[in-house]
Design a protein around this ligand. Structure first.
Ligand code: BJW
Length: 243
């Protein structure tokens, strides 16, 4: 039995784990959008005007220079507006359309899963939503450029991107949905994440501690505690895994 297991192709092994599971948690990261043209964080795209994303994605950076932070987000909106979902987003959307019991969590703020037709739990917010810093009102904003700074229509205060920055809490509903999925899952499919950012990475650990089998799709080795490592691009592997 063990010899058979060792000889099994990891892709086949992953397929049989997914088909045996009743509840599946899927966690995606920047790597799933890389082949759509969206830069990843810890790759070459992690710098802008000589600043790392850690220097820009924080409440302190916004308080110090909101214009600079907004310029970074507008640049990213322009990039993402020109991108389309790739075969990995589409494979997940097609799969979840017929497969019961899948919760799709994403760390991505680009909205490409939604364009592909998936229902997602957004752990880190959205690139396309502004939030009033005074009253917290959120509104959709598809603009990729504007004069000055965006002001809230409710109280006239400054708006910020509705994105979870370092040191901030994730949206409560997303945390509840994430931990519920982690505790219920018999299988976890992780796609294109370095697995270093908490609490998203913690969800995978919780599921694994709870006996879930973790399948990890990545072009490179990462920090995901995986039982089955599928090494290659998401756009190549996901259509074959989920067909
Ligand atoms: C491919 C591919 C292809 C490429 N196919 N694969 C406990 C311990 C230590 C620290 C902390 C802790 N708890 C909290 C923290 C602090 C912090 C944190 O985790 N820091 C770590 C970096 C150490 N976390 C937080 O602050 C969180 N808040 C929080 O926990 O509040 C309570 C609290 C605060 C402080 C202390 C304790 C508790 C909030 C985290 C929010 C993160 N937000 C960001 C930035 C948003 C800005 C924006 O988007 O505008 O979200 S960080 C950035 O990383 C972004 C991403 O969603 C996130 C994850 O990145 P991801 O997806 O993994 O991307 P990459 O680029 O890292 O990796 C891409 C991968 O794809 C690579 O592996 C490639 O190989 C692969 N790949 N092409 C398949 N084609």
């Amino acid at each position: 039995m063990n010899a058979c297991k060792k000889l099994m192709d990891p892709l086949d092994e992953a397929r049989s784990v997914l088909s045996a599971a009743q509840e599946i948690m899927v966690l995606t990261g920047a790597g799933i959008s890389a082949e759509s043209g969206v830069p990843t964080f810890r790759g070459e795209g992690g710098y802008w005007r000589n600043k790392s994303y850690e220097e820009l994605a924080s409440p302190q950076a916004f308080a110090q220079d909101p214009r600079l932070v907004w310029e970074w987000y507008l640049m990213r909106r322009q990039t993402v507006a020109a991108c389309r979902p790739n075969r990995a987003h589409v494979a997940l959307a097609d799969w979840t359309a017929w497969r019961q019991g899948v919760t799709l969590l994403t760390q991505n703020v680009d909205g490409l899963h939604e364009i592909a037709g998936s229902e997602v739990v957004r752990l880190h917010g959205s690139l396309w939503v502004n939030r009033c810093i005074a009253c917290g009102l959120e509104r959709d904003d598809r603009r990729t450029a504007f004069e000055g700074l965006p002001m809230s229509p409710c109280c006239g205060a400054l708006e910020r991107p509705a994105i979870v920055w370092f040191g901030e809490s994730l949206p409560r509903e997303a945390v509840i949905a994430g931990f519920t999925a982690a505790f219920q899952a018999q299988a976890v499919l992780v796609v294109g994440t370095s697995g270093v950012v908490m609490p998203a990475a913690e969800l995978v650990k919780e599921a694994a501690n709870n006996q879930a089998i973790v399948i990890d799709v990545n072009t490179e080795d990462d920090a995901v505690p995986a039982h089955i490592k599928l090494r290659g691009s998401a756009a190549d592997l996901l259509p074959r895994l989920l067909a």
